[in-house]
Design a binder for this molecule. Structure first.
Ligand code: F42
Length: 147
């Protein structure tokens, strides 16, 4: 499956460049957050206002075949736009973690389930804890489950 429609790249150059390099190499290049060595994934979704195909990179937090999608945006006071896209259309999403993208269903997690995924996320990328300390916003955690 692919998500039909016009792909409109991120307005953030470093992100759209990373997504392009990751996809072009089948996930063998541009597959970490800069020089941290920490792996990333690419998430493809539908823009909730334009209907365009949108793509972002996120830290790779995988457990039992599922992936956390952490809407941290560096601890900014507002959620990233992609969070609203996924909430609006959670069953029209793809994740790429390696050579090829696959379909997923996305759900926001809360309570104990969120706590468990948050712990896994901070274990992979400790900066998430710093981001949460920076903002009064509770950073949303979504989970992508392969179809
Ligand atoms: N962001 C995170 O939040 N968490 C991470 O773990 C993370 C890791 C990461 C690793 C590598 C990397 O390259 C980037 C990483 N990012 C991470 C950044 C992430 O990929 C996003 O760039 C960032 O979170 C900001 O997401 P955003 O969706 O707010 O993107 C902005 C910059 C953007 O592209 N905005 C577009 C614009 O034109 O301003 C709009 C995009 C869009 O989806 N528009 C919707 C549409 O309909 O087309 C409209 C949505 C609406 O209702 O406003």
């Amino acid at each position: 499956m692919t998500i039909e429609g016009e792909y409109v790249p991120s307005t953030s150059a470093w992100v759209r460049e990373q997504v392009a390099a990751y996809e072009a190499s089948g996930g063998t290049e541009a597959n970490t957050l800069r020089d941290t060595g920490i792996p990333v994934i690419v998430v493809t979704m539908r823009g909730r206002a334009t209907g365009s195909v949108r793509k972002i990179a996120l830290m790779r937090v995988e457990h039992g075949g599922e992936y956390a999608l952490v809407a941290s945006m560096g601890g900014a006071p507002t959620n990233p736009v992609w969070y609203h896209n996924l909430v609006a259309d959670p069953h029209n999403v793809m994740v790429q973690d390696g050579p090829a993208p696959f379909e997923v269903d996305v759900r926001e997690v809360t309570g104990d389930e969120r706590a468990a995924w948050w712990e896994r996320s901070v274990a992979v990328f400790p900066n998430y804890a710093d981001y949460q300390a920076k903002t009064a916003r509770t950073i949303p955690v979504l989970v992508a489950s392969p179809r």
